[in-house]
Ligand binder design. Structure first.
Ligand code: FMN
Length: 207
């Protein structure tokens, strides 16, 4: 017998740290999605959150293409996914592809921070989704050339992640044991001492 979706959600929550916004601890990447549809109103909210990310020169280089299941855009994104991702992501009611324009609109100069800004906007998107009770799961595992060709993405846009979005589903519905094991695996993070320095390689004293 496996765990219920509520039990899995609890298992995935990061430990509470006083003063850190709870949403950062609540977001995790599910692979089991339920059939429940996502409303246009909620989708608009997740894209609205992404819209307010900071960006270099306020270029806002991100663009998001999305499709609901059975739409042509959804099918094109799904068919570009690598086999492993296809086995679970097709259960998500929405698939999104994030891309970023690599040139500044004003003068055509290269924007070296476009990909960085897309990442920031994508993070906002996933956090807003979590606040609405939605699950997201980003994927780099897809055929970028196929996605660019099928979705007619211009050459001066770089491709970011595909994001599966929907409501968390029962883990028992996952197609195989490998997926189930990953769904139940505890989330892990490096300690702050490996991530934050006061001089290169020297862990900062954060009290
Ligand atoms: C840019 C990016 C690419 C990822 N690619 C994949 C992927 O192709 N397949 C997959 O199953 N998970 C993928 N993930 C999910 C990560 O494995 C996951 O975010 C990480 O293990 C941390 O888990 P958490 O999101 O639950 O905290 C990706 C995540 C990011 C941000």
């Amino acid at each position: 017998m496996t765990l219920s979706k509520n039990e899995v959600h609890k298992l995935k929550l990061a430990p509470v740290v006083e003063g850190v916004l709870p949403i950062f601890h609540h977001r995790w990447s599910a692979r089991a999605f339920s059939d429940r549809e996502v409303s246009h109103a909620d989708l608009a909210k997740v894209f609205e959150a992404a819209r307010w990310a900071a960006s270099s020169n306020n270029e806002q280089p991100w663009r998001f293409l999305f499709g609901f299941r059975n739409s042509s855009t959804y099918n094109k994104i799904h068919s570009a996914l690598v086999g492993f991702n296809q086995t679970w992501a097709g259960a998500a009611p929405v698939l999104i592809l994030g891309v970023a324009g690599t040139k500044f609109t004003a003068n055509g100069n290269p924007n070296g921070y476009a990909f960085y800004d897309l990442g920031a906007a994508s993070s906002y998107l996933t956090l807003e989704a979590a606040a609405l009770g939605l699950s997201t799961h980003q994927m780099a595992g897809y055929d970028h050339d196929a996605a660019r060709r099928e979705l007619e993405i211009p050459e001066d846009y770089v491709l970011g992640s595909v994001i599966a979005l929907g409501y968390q589903g029962e883990p028992a519905a996952l197609a195989n044991q490998q997926l189930l094991d990953r769904e139940l695996a505890p989330r892990q993070r490096k300690p702050l001492s490996e991530l934050v320095f006061s001089a290169w390689g020297e862990p900062a004293d954060l009290g």
